[in-house]
Design a binder for this molecule. Structure first.
Ligand code: 8YV
Length: 330
């Protein structure tokens, strides 16, 4: 039997599925340190990860490893150049999370615009004495302009929801989407700078790459409308968190909502100190149904990549399909 590592806690029935084909080393405890991960991968043929860093050094120390299946659509934790250099297959879990993540993007955007969390904290603190006509005035969602940065599958799911709120939708993406998709979504392509100037509510849903590190920093925040909101459901590092905290403190923009952070699970202390930001612990895909779908798809990818199960040899979501069928290099 081939050996696999499941690097972190997951649904026990997914482990049972994997045990039909593999000898499973399951880390049910805390996140593995880099050294622990390297050590536990030394004799493994495959691994199921959820954000653990897999780079050239990790691959070099795991000479049998042929497939690493990430339980996430984002795979910025994989150094794909290193994977390709030694013919290791990487897989991810796209599509199954689109709608849940789009729902959550809306939840965060609306919470920020309408000051849901800030006002709840005030109520819980016993501050509510009487009706105040000007308490927690926020920004409207309906009839406003939504700016989506990253018009992939999740961006499109966000845009579809804007119809019911009678919003204008502008978007920016590496490349323009097909004209019929623009027409269906009623979405206009604009430059990033124009989007930041036009939008009342900006939502970030682009993948993290070296090129878009700090895509939103002080200069970009300075372009935004004074009452605008910024929501990040993409990846930490896309926003310069220190610059955002300063813009929120100075009320340069209205409010923000963040599900992801630079260096998470640490959160920049300046963000914790400002009231006009909603902070959640990377839970945009966290519904029971979606996390189960992601875990099962990650298992399907791992089995198929290692030549087992009903889709043997044909993993549904290869990131680097060119390495399929090639011998592992050291
Ligand atoms: C994951 C995510 O839950 O899919 C992604 O890229 O950010 C989340 O849905 C998280 O990365 C854990 O793997």
């Amino acid at each position: 039997m081939q050996k696999i590592l499941v690097a972190g806690p997951t649904f026990p029935d997914v482990i049972e599925r994997l045990k039909q084909y593999f000898e499973v080393d399951w880390n049910q405890g805390n996140a593995l340190s880099g050294a622990e991960l390297t050590q536990r991968l030394a004799d493994k043929d495959g691994a199921l990860t959820a954000g653990e860093l897999i780079n050239a050094a990790v691959l070099a120390a795991a000479p049998r490893l042929r497939v690493v299946s990430n339980m996430a659509v984002g795979f910025n934790n994989f150094d794909m150049g290193a994977f390709n250099a030694v013919n290791v297959l990487g897989t991810n879990t796209p599509d199954v999370l689109n709608e849940s993540v789009a729902d959550f993007g809306w939840a965060l955007m609306m919470a920020a615009a309408r000051r849901v969390v800030e006002s709840e904290h005030w109520l819980r603190a016993g501050e509510w004495q009487k009706f105040q006509y000007d308490a927690f005035l926020g920004a409207d969602i309906h009839g406003s302009t939504l700016g989506i940065v990253g018009m992939g599958r999740i961006g499109q799911a966000l845009a579809r929801r804007a119809r019911g709120f009678n919003m204008r939708v502008v978007y920016h993406n590496r490349s323009r989407v097909a004209p019929q998709i623009e027409a269906e979504l009623n979405a206009e392509y604009v430059s990033k700078e124009a989007l930041l100037r036009i939008a009342d509510h900006v939502v970030l849903v682009l993948p993290y790459t070296r090129e878009n590190h700090h895509t939103i920093g002080a200069a970009e925040l300075a372009l935004m409308k004074s009452g605008a909101t910024l929501t990040n459901i993409a990846r930490g590092g896309i926003v310069d968190d220190a610059a955002l905290a300063e813009a929120l403190r100075a009320k340069r923009i209205g409010a923000a909502a963040l599900d992801v952070f630079e260096g998470e699970p640490r959160v920049h202390p300046d963000l914790l100190a400002v009231p006009n930001v909603v902070l959640t612990p990377h839970i945009a895909s966290a519904t029971e149904a979606t996390r189960r779908a992601m875990a099962n798809l990650a298992a399907d990818n791992l089995m198929a990549g290692l030549g087992e199960g009903p889709q043997a040899g044909h993993p549904p979501n290869p990131i680097n399909p060119d390495v399929l069928g090639k011998a592992r290099r050291s």
